[in-house]
Design a protein around this ligand. Sequence first.
Ligand code: NI
Length: 436
Amino acid sequence: MKFFSTATLLLATGAAAPAVAQTSAALTDQIARLSAQQEAKVIAWRRDIHQHPELGNQETRTAALVAEHLRKLGLEVQTGVARTGVVALLKGGKPGPVVALRADMDALPVTENNNLPFASKATTTYNGQPVGVMHACGHDTHVAMLLGAAEVLSQLKKDLPGTVKFIFQPAEEGSLPGEEGGARLMVKQGVLQNPKVDAIFGVHIQAQTEVGKVSYRPEGEMASSDVFNIKVKGKSAHGAYPWLAVDPVVTAAQIIMGLQTIVSRQAELTEDAAVLTVGMVHGGVRNNIIPEQVELTGTIRCLNKEMQQKIWAAVRRTAKGIAESAGATAEVSIENYAPITYNDPRLTEQMLPSLRRAAGPSNVVLQKAVTGAEDFAFYQEKVPGVFVFVGGMPKGKNPADTAPHHTPGFFIDESGLTLGVKTLTTLAVDYLNGKK
Ligand code: NI
């Protein structure tokens, strides 16, 4: 029962947390005041970006806005990182470690259906189809909150013991086929080097979590995302004479059912959740022809690495074994799209008091794992990192009555943004002070 035992561990060790030099009450008040002062600006940036959404790897206007503001603050700014990414350094007045804060900048091919003065009217062609463009996952708020945090941290610069690296990342939602992008490309291009990053933090706005709340989960917080493809090869024949064929349709059907027993029968579900979904089945052209091949494609979601490896092996074994039993063959390929968003347990425990200070102790919630994926995981593969959620749902609203992320009615209550600024700033300041 990892979920509960971890919580118990955090509670039990809360009093004897690692020897972190805690931020003074005066500095806490100062961060709260400076963050609140940013509110109007943060909302204005957010609305501007919301009205001008850009798909992944095309965030040129957003990147220019970000770079301009960071230069005004006197930061060292690098543009064109991983195509449209912006990276900036804030060097504190005292020596110390390097902490990175990350925001993603891309929008989605979704047509906005909100009656707001700043609703998106942008359109594009995606996969050959005309569609709207919308910040339907709230990445506009992430950019605005991180710009606000850059402003606050700039005002605290003199006393900061170390360096803050701001990472404004393109294409979190994925790149077009054949295109590289996102966190994977940023890491490849050395964003965690020069200067070397010691820890990284990121926040995601959450449309089903009340304004004022912060939620987190140590270890596997969001799932890895793997794409599998299975080519079931048999032998074609007339549909009236199946004994002359090796039928890949029936074999593929057996494989689909076999795959569904992997999570239900072979994964230790009390340890962590896992999901395996077949999303595409392609084969055949006519009712009375048994085709030569059927292709299955799907997704695997895991929250711990060991289980992920076991499931990969089981997918291969199940597909090949069932195919063999039918006299067919199965070619299996599995590709990792995003690793597990893994919150380093020690760093999470170390930063928990900071989250509680930013949001108020009763507003920090231990959450369930999420089977969606997030490419922040690529940074966490290289350096310890913590990713948390910040509430964007109007207070008192029922989450069941709100539009999910990635849908046309997705809505964020902007009164939640100041807490995002405060959380990012507090995490950075406390991490640098704690490492002194
Ligand atoms: Ni997102």
